[in-house]
Design a protein. Structure first.
Length: 71
């Protein structure tokens, strides 16, 4: 396994763990602040937008890299 493969795998694994941990933190924050259903929805919506933005960026970079490599 070279450094590029290791970086790719560690990014995917560690980032997944970080996103799950952030979800737990947001859930715990909403629970402790008595945010209610609407407040929890807004908290997870904002977290979801952040995660979606990162995944969209990574997907777009992969697509553009793939298109650049094909003749």
């Amino acid at each position: 396994m070279n450094e590029a493969e290791f970086s790719t795998w560690s990014l995917r694994i560690c980032l997944t763990i970080l996103i799950v941990f952030m979800g737990f933190i947001v859930w715990n924050l909403g629970k402790q602040s008595n945010a209610g259903k609407t407040g929890m929805f807004v908290l997870f919506l904002v977290l979801g937008f952040g995660v979606f933005g990162f995944v969209f960026k990574e997907t777009l970079v992969e697509i553009l890299t793939h298109l650049k490599q094909t003749p």
